[in-house]
Design a protein around this ligand. Structure first.
Ligand code: NAI
Length: 348
């Protein structure tokens, strides 16, 4: 089973033109919010993925046809189409035929803001866009990047429910938390980042982000860290997004590392669709998960060929420090999930 497998492969594929070897099945991917800070580099990475046949770029920003034209001149296999508009017919057109839809639409944080501060603007955007997915691409995997992920995934799930569509292919993309944890651990443990795998469970905001450092691979690579250092590393992973927001000083949040992470998530989903056994952590509806008393939670997931979760691998063995983190995460998640569900109930 491959856990978080691409890393350097993503970028080498972006530069190594069409070393098409074992890829059997081709896939259509749509990016909603494709003109944004994440959307543009994400569409670029997808354009360079040999498993992708079509990249559909949708945004409300009129620059979008230009972004699509620009990408379409890259000599890789996929075709690129641009869609612009704010009406549901255009949104539906953009996702029709998609196997994977990624949603980085929405406003990002500025210094001093929490992800929850984005709720009022982004909740409506996610509801609109996921309604279009439910209607025009009901079997597509939908990866929600738009924050607050802890609430926008419940919104999407409820929108699907209201429209009578199976919501089991909706994923909150938390891959950036894993990418960051892998990178920080590889530096501290003097490892090649390609070999490092840190499961990150919980949600995607502050204390809901739980790096499970006791389960890090290669086992023992950060055994030299004492309890204070483990605690500091945990906090750094939890606050890494804020580190970027502050460094960009009002210019937005993580875009390049997020695009990389979302491209990895999409690639994992496509590999699973093509029959590989792939594990990724993602934030999903997961009722009755042992050790957790909320209905949405991120854990390592064995992805299935049909785009659904084949097996939820659960929390695994946690030490006391990590169990306390889960308790704190669940407390915060409960309110953020409820907020999303309530928003969807009143959304027309
Ligand atoms: P950005 O402002 O650069 O781009 C957002 C894009 O969405 C813009 O092009 C805008 O025109 C577009 N947009 C707005 N409403 C839309 C709609 N109804 N339909 C289609 N497109 C629409 O923002 P950036 O930096 O790309 O961030 C996007 C989102 O991703 C934010 O909500 C941010 O918080 C989130 N994010 C999530 C991360 C994660 O780990 N899940 C990490 C980093 C950011």
């Amino acid at each position: 089973i491959r856990v978080g497998h691409i890393k350097s492969e993503t970028l080498s594929r972006a530069t190594a033109r069409a070393l098409s070897t074992t890829t059997q099945v081709n896939k259509n991917v749509a990016v909603l919010g494709a003109a944004g800070g994440i959307g543009q580099p994400l569409a670029l990475l997808l354009k360079c993925n040999n498993s992708v046949t079509n990249v559909s770029c949708f945004d409300v920003n009129p620059v979008t046809p230009g972004v699509a034209a620009d990408l379409s001149h890259i000599d890789t296999k996929s075709r690129v189409t641009g869609f612009v508009g704010s009406d549901s017919a255009t949104m539906e057109e953009a996702v029709r035929g998609a196997d994977v839809v990624l949603i980085p639409a929405g406003v990002p944080r500025k210094p001093g803001m929490t992800r929850d501060d984005l709720f009022n603007t982004n909740a409506t955007i996610v509801a609109q866009l996921t309604a279009a997915c439910a209607k025009a691409a009901p079997n597509a995997v939908v990866g929600i990047i738009c924050n607050p992920v802890n609430s926008t995934v419940p919104i999407a799930t409820e929108v699907y429910k209201q429209l009578g569509v199976d919501a089991s292919r909706i994923y909150g993309v938390t891959t950036l938390d894993i990418v960051r944890a892998n990178e920080f651990v590889s530096v501290l443990g003097s490892q090649d980042p390609n070999d490092v795998h840190v499961p990150v469970i919980g949600g995607h905001a502050g204390v809901t982000i739980i790096p499970v450092l006791s389960q890090v691979q290669p086992a023992g690579c950060i055994d030299s860290l004492n309890a204070d250092e483990i605690s500091a590393l945990t906090e750094r992973i939890q606050n890494a997004g804020t580190e970027v927001v502050q460094a960009k000083a009002g210019g937005g949040s993580a875009t390049l590392s997020m695009a990389y992470a979302a491209a990895r998530f999409a690639d994992s989903v496509i590999r699973a669709m093509n029959g590989e056994e792939v594990v990724e952590c993602a934030y999903i509806k997961a009722e009755n998960l042992p050790g957790v008393d909320v209905d949405y939670f991120s854990t390592p997931l064995l992805l299935g060929a049909d785009g659904r979760v084949k097996e939820n691998l659960g929390l695994g063995e946690l030490n006391q420090f990590e169990q306390d983190l889960v308790s704190a995460a669940c407390k915060q998640l409960a309110g953020e999930i409820k907020k999303g569900v309530e928003f969807a109930a009143n959304y027309k």
